[in-house]
Design a protein around this ligand. Structure first.
Ligand SMILES: Nc1nc2c(c(=O)[nH]1)N[C@@H](CN(C=O)c1ccc(C(=O)N[C@@H](CCC(=O)O)C(=O)O)cc1)CN2
Length: 323
């Protein structure tokens, strides 16, 4: 079950810069007159009905907001409605708390399963913790994207069941940015899940970046929010450990990486993002592994960005809608 994260979060709508001021044709260029318009995103998921789009767009227009993008999905033979809108609005005319209230009124009218608003320039960023084991190529990629401002998150800590020397690139980076590194040693008998839960209790979601410990159902229930994993294989093929070797031994011509929500069953949660690359008889296990690692880094950061931008919604029992 994918749990929706709370309204308080940020991310920013893809391709819409934070507008210093956006003027419509004919408006005065005097900044004391033109309102400062800021971007917002709203996602909605409810039982299908006639008039939902009209109600949602009226909600935005009635407060002077302007819709810049609108995605709708109504699957055939399945009486559900999904939408994601990107809009700009004047927070003086439409205060942030009122935005939530106005969309909540519509959500109540339609018994919505999801109705989440994000205003990236106002809302606090998502708080996330990153979990990894020995390999840190996914962590390094995420840290670099975060440093470049391409991952709209606050990294509260990094947790690993492997120790790292203080003079490594990763540890120096974390120290420079004030991100705590917690070494939580695990054994087959003791996965230290209570300690991890304590460390992550104030986060909005978790990212497993090559964390090689299977999380228990109790952990997932205890955490109660979304956990996103990256698997360096093209699920549902090659679940479990060493998927690149499994793929090599199987003689595949396509390898891939899969980012998915973590459920109690290993590598079986709803898929968020997949990336593939061709391989051939000229590849060996080493090139399979290298190509898989390159794919998984990109796949994970793309999945996290989509999630932060409210593009990922639960669909059915084990699928997602990704706008
Ligand atoms: N409940 C879940 N936990 C985890 C998932 C998941 O989908 N559901 N994904 C894994 C990541 N993973 C593949 O992507 C994976 C992790 C661990 C193993 C595995 O066989 N682990 C062994 C221990 C291996 C070791 O200690 O080096 C085990 O737990 O017995 C396979 C795949 C993260 N957790």
């Amino acid at each position: 079950m994918i749990r929706r994260i709370t309204e308080r979060a940020s991310g920013f709508a893809k391709n819409i810069p934070i507008l210093k001021s956006s003027r419509f044709h004919g408006e005065s260029l005097d900044s004391s007159v033109s309102p400062v318009l800021i971007p917002g995103v709203h996602v909605f998921h409810c039982q299908d009905a006639v008039g939902i789009v009209a109600k949602l767009s009226d909600c935005i227009a009635a407060k002077g907001g302007n819709i810049l993008g609108y995605d709708v999905f109504v699957p055939e033979n399945n009486n559900v409605f999904y939408s994601r809108s990107e809009f700009i609005f004047d927070p003086v005319k439409w205060p942030r708390s009122q935005v939530d209230e106005d969309f909540q009124t519509i959500a109540q009218r339609y018994g919505a399963l999801n109705s989440v608003v994000r205003v990236p320039s106002i809302d606090p960023k998502y708080k996330i913790a990153l979990l990894l084991s020995k390999q840190d190529h996914c962590l390094v990629e995420m840290l670099h994207k975060w440093q470049d401002g391409k991952l709209p998150v606050d990294i509260t800590c990094v947790i690993s069941n492997h120790e790292r020397a203080s003079n490594t690139h990763v540890m120096r980076f974390l120290e420079r940015h004030g991100i705590p590194y917690h070494y939580v040693s695990t054994t087959k008998e003791n996965k230290r899940e209570d300690d991890i839960l304590e460390l992550v209790k104030d986060t909005d979601f978790l990212v497993l970046a090559r964390y090689m410990q299977i999380l228990s159902g109790n952990f997932l229930k205890g955490y109660g929010k979304d956990v996103i994993n990256i698997h360096h294989g093209l699920l549902p093929s090659f679940k479990g450990g060493y998927p690149a070797k499994q793929a090599f031994d199987a003689g595949v011509k396509l390898i891939g990486a899969t980012s998915h929500f973590v459920t109690e069953e290993l590598d079986s949660g709803p898929i968020i993002e997949q990336m593939v690359e061709s391989v051939s008889h000229r590849d060996n296990l080493r090139s399979f592994v290298q190509k898989s690692e390159d794919l998984e880094k990109k796949c994970l950061t793309r999945a996290i960005k989509s999630y932060c931008e409210l593009r990922v919604l639960p669909y059915g029992t084990n699928k997602t809608v990704v706008f």
